[in-house]
Write a protein that binds this ligand. Structure first.
Ligand SMILES: [Zn+2]
Length: 319
């Protein structure tokens, strides 16, 4: 039985096709909004809660204050070491993406304040080649980690990606290891990382830095999976649950800490950053917040308990 037939049997995608839809039309409920209304509503449909895509620079303004961020390394551009050509040359694709989006690459890094909490943000933009991760995305992400570690600022990551950039081949895949190592260094520097998973976060980005936040939020309805449901259905010839890989299912599976409406996101991140804030910023000379000291103390306690368990014995001593 074909997957199409199985889909029909499962009564999926039964909505009638819409006509005359444009960028301001909600794909879920057909409500229509002007550009101003969309901006005011943070690109969320007030009628049904559908989350429209957001560009990286608009996201910076939503999280911080309008015009209140300083962009880092906007000058970096992709090289084309493989001289790759598919339907058109890679260099041409990059030039087209830059022309249509006004961005040099698929990630924007910046220093900003979220609800008065200073932070470094690395925000991905799906409009730039599906926000695929090539060498420049990896490099900018790694620089953002280094910068956050040096300055002792928390890192906010907003992920949205189709995965590794196939036009860069193995060089793109290498960015998975590079970004994970950069996050490791950040963890050693005791700098917290808040990750927001926007629609869609898939492939090599989900399989590397996007799944390694200390606190991980997802936007409602976002697809968060290594492979999308269509690929899996075509491979396994089985119909998947309707919410497969969606944020709400990933919350049930324990893959994300919460599903947060975009209109509450800045407030929520601001609160988390406030809780994890380093007291030395307030001048008391300590190097770790009370929450961090408590966590480090707990980890030390577990370590000493594990050290006391004798090989071959299941009994541990009370710490
Ligand atoms: Zn709607």
């Amino acid at each position: 039985m074909s997957v199409d037939r199985l889909r029909q049997l499962a009564h999926r995608d039964a909505r009638p096709r819409k006509i005359k839809a444009d960028a301001g039309t909600c794909p879920k409920c057909d409500s229509h909004y002007s550009a101003d209304e969309m901006q005011r509503n943070l690109r969320v449909c007030p009628a049904c809660g559908h989350h429209f895509p957001v560009t990286a620079r608009e996201r910076m303004e939503q999280l911080g204050e309008p015009g209140g961020y300083v962009e880092l390394w906007p000058e970096l551009r992709a090289a084309d070491p493989l001289q790759f050509t598919d339907l058109k040359p890679y260099a041409e694709r990059i030039a087209d993406a830059e022309k249509s989006t006004g961005m040099g690459e698929a990630i924007v890094c910046a220093e900003l304040e979220v609800r008065h909490q200073p932070a470094v943000a690395a925000v991905m933009d799906f409009t730039f080649m599906g926000c695929s991760m090539g060498a420049v995305v990896g490099e900018k992400f790694a620089r953002a980690c280094d910068y956050a570690a040096q300055k002792g600022l928390p890192l906010i990551v907003v992920a949205a990606s189709g995965g590794a950039r196939m036009q860069e081949g193995t060089l793109a895949l290498m960015q998975m290891a590079k970004t994970v190592i950069a996050l490791d260094a950040l963890a050693e520097a005791r700098v917290p990382v808040v990750v927001v998973l926007a629609h869609p976060t898939t492939g090599g980005v989900w399989a590397s830095f996007a799944s390694l936040g200390d606190v991980t939020y997802a936007e409602p309805g976002a697809l968060i999976a290594f492979s999308g449901p269509r690929v899996i259905e075509e491979t396994t010839r089985e119909v998947l649950p309707e919410d497969f890989g969606r944020a709400e299912a990933q919350l049930r599976n324990g893959q994300v800490d919460d599903v947060v409406d975009r209109r509450e996101l800045a407030e929520r991140i601001g609160k988390v950053l406030h809780i994890l804030r380093r007291p030395e910023m307030e001048g008391n000379g300590s190097t770790a917040s009370p929450a961090l000291q408590w966590a480090q103390g707990g980890a030390q306690k577990v370590k000493s308990m594990v050290g006391r368990i004798r090989p071959g014995s299941t009994d541990g001593e009370d710490a």
